[in-house]
Design a protein around this ligand. Sequence first.
Ligand SMILES: *[C@@H]1O[C@H](CO)[C@@H](O)[C@H](O)[C@H]1NC(C)=O
Ligand SMILES: *[C@@H]1O[C@H](CO)[C@@H](O)[C@H](O)[C@H]1NC(C)=O
Ligand SMILES: *[C@@H]1O[C@H](CO)[C@@H](O)[C@H](O)[C@H]1NC(C)=O
Ligand SMILES: *[C@@H]1O[C@H](CO)[C@@H](O)[C@H](O)[C@H]1NC(C)=O
Ligand SMILES: *[C@@H]1O[C@H](CO)[C@@H](O)[C@H](O)[C@H]1NC(C)=O
Ligand SMILES: *[C@@H]1O[C@H](CO)[C@@H](O)[C@H](O)[C@H]1NC(C)=O
Length: 681
Amino acid sequence: MALMAISLQYLLHISTIFLISGALTLAQDETQFTYNGFRGSINKLHVDGLATILPNGLLQMTNYSMRNTSHAFYPHPVIFKPKHLSFSTTFAFAMYPQVPNHSGHGIVFVISPSTNFKHALSSIYLGLVNTTSDGLSSNHIFAVELDTIQTREFGDIDDSHVGIDVNSLRSIDAASSSYYSDKEGVNKTLLLNSGKPMQIWIEYDEAQMLANVTLAPLGHPKPSKCLLSKHIDLSTILLDSMYVGFSSSTGKVSNSHYILGWSWSQSGKAKDLDLSKLPSLPRIKHKKLSSNKLVFVLLLSVVLLLLLVIAGVFWFTWRKKYEELHESWEKEYAPHRLSYKDLFVATKGFKESELLGVGGFGKVYKGVLPSTGAQVAVKQISHDSNQGMKEFVAEISCMRRLRHRNLVQLLGYCRRKGELLLVYDYMPNGSLDKLLFDKFEKSNLCWSSRFNIIKGVASALLYLHEEWEQVVLHRDVKASNVLLDAEMNARLGDFGLAKLYDHSIDPRTTHVVGTIGYIAPEISTTRKPTTSTDVFSFGMFLLEVGCGRRPTGKQDGEEGAEALFLSDWVYNCWKRGEILKASDPRMEGDYVEYEMELILKLGLLCLNPIAEGRPTMQQVVQILTGNASLPDLPSEYNPETSPFWGGLCNIDSMPSSFPSSSGTSSLGVMSSINSVLHYGR
Ligand SMILES: *[C@@H]1O[C@H](CO)[C@@H](O)[C@H](O)[C@H]1NC(C)=O
Ligand SMILES: *[C@@H]1O[C@H](CO)[C@@H](O)[C@H](O)[C@H]1NC(C)=O
Ligand SMILES: *[C@@H]1O[C@H](CO)[C@@H](O)[C@H](O)[C@H]1NC(C)=O
Ligand SMILES: *[C@@H]1O[C@H](CO)[C@@H](O)[C@H](O)[C@H]1NC(C)=O
Ligand SMILES: *[C@@H]1O[C@H](CO)[C@@H](O)[C@H](O)[C@H]1NC(C)=O
Ligand SMILES: *[C@@H]1O[C@H](CO)[C@@H](O)[C@H](O)[C@H]1NC(C)=O
């Protein structure tokens, strides 16, 4: 770079001729020069040892060679006497340690009678003297040392100091390297071997006999206060003609020492260095920083790797957490699908506190869909086999289209490995059996709301059996599958699980789907659910609501173990002509007698052990709405043709393994069963 080129401006030998009183006096020589870098000045400097001028003009005094010296001198002698003892000089330098905080000696500005330092030693002797010559007045050396080692035998004050030396390395004055900041009004420490470029000014005034030394970071203006100011008579030290320059040494530990520029004057202030023209220092590549860098890079990569691993683990668990099962045949049902992540968020991660109930098929959680804010109930069903899943999902999508104000609306589904999730409208008032048996309050279930619930369920069943495009069997009508919305309207719960169960059980044993007590007797032989078996279950439901009792178990007010079944008990009450005695005692007679009698009798009619004797849902609704009269109940059933009324069908043939955990269920968690039979109508 041409700009970096050093303008070596030295005005040499300004010869001035003085004419005094007509007498001719000889010329007095003053030396003045400025090196803004040393490019092209290889012949203009006298160098030895390690000293070399780099291509960019940087004067390298030492490299990392150990225990060696170097010198660089202005090649011409400088005349000091008799009249030019005053001088002003400044130079810019930098010291790079090889090992952090370990330094290899220093740089010395030196005025010496000769440029021959063959006998001088390295290390602590700074390339100036040797063991015997140190301190000899015959040395005629004036020096300013920039010392980075504390040498106790020379009384060094610390390991980064500036000292004024005369003939000896024992300084006559020294100070820790620092500078006065005019802006802040304080002294600031400068670490000599920090690798940062610095500038130093050395001035001597002959009249005052005062030597001043001032240090500052390169680029900083010369501080107003000097670091060292020492009275000294140089007239006894300096000879007429001397050499000016630098000496430098390395020791056991080495530094790279650089001089960037140098200016000298014997008449007035030395010319300022032109900072823009100074050569640039080598990129910091000494060990301190490179090892730091290495550690940094290593640390960074370790941290990055760790982050990557953590991110990977997170990603993997995230994937695992929200993983769903998708199959190609499912594409057409995509609109009915909800994402597992949404359901996870909706139920707060299927938290225990959101649990609404537990049943045979799985758990039901309350949730709020993040997308719509709708309250939903999420049924989580575990299943092991994927068998029949296709048909089942087809049915789910069918169920979704069922719309009736007395049905719980199915909103969608989601599938994971071994897990199926069905999402329904949330019913704030829970299931009827809870109200009926667990937390009964008269005001909650007054007769008119019971009657209303019954009519609602009948209406829903009629819709399923006759009014929709296909015949849909519910297969598990009972109080626990009747849910109540905010207005206490009955909503028949829960679709499609019977089919799932049908498919996932052992095909060699045919289990009956339903709940004991609600299963029509012919099922045990035909194993075929029909609308008529639903009517049977509905009959049991009527007795449940009317009597406020469960279908099986000992009934209050009856002694003996015979009265195991609600149906028998009500039938017997009827036969004795006192059917109203079967009504829920908690109502304390607070009901419409005609309606109560209607419900109980209709219940018994639906519970007819002979399927053909039961009414259809159409007839049931007509009777309930008063559009048809109640037929007479048969007074006897032939026990040969039907083992009913005297004890339910053989309990042992019932699948005890079937999820019929009545009582613990809510919101239709139970084995609520229905199935779309493609009867076509
Ligand atoms: C230092 O410089 C000298 C002379 O220029 C050279 O011989 C030596 O190899 C250099 N050493 C290092 C460590 O750079
Ligand atoms: C110092 O360096 C010079 C030049 O590289 C070499 O010739 C000399 O042997 C070295 N001296 C010592 C003491 O290593
Ligand atoms: C080097 O010394 C300075 C000043 O004494 C200190 O602040 C710094 O931490 C040291 N660095 C190392 C790497 O020891
Ligand atoms: C020390 O240096 C002087 C010259 O300055 C020389 O005469 C003397 O022999 C040297 N002594 C040793 C021990 O090298
Ligand atoms: C700054 O340092 C100089 C020389 O070491 C000293 O004389 C002076 O008192 C110091 N000034 C302050 C403000 O510390
Ligand atoms: C040296 O510094 C003193 C005050 O610190 C000042 O009076 C004197 O002029 C300075 N001398 C030179 C040559 O700068």
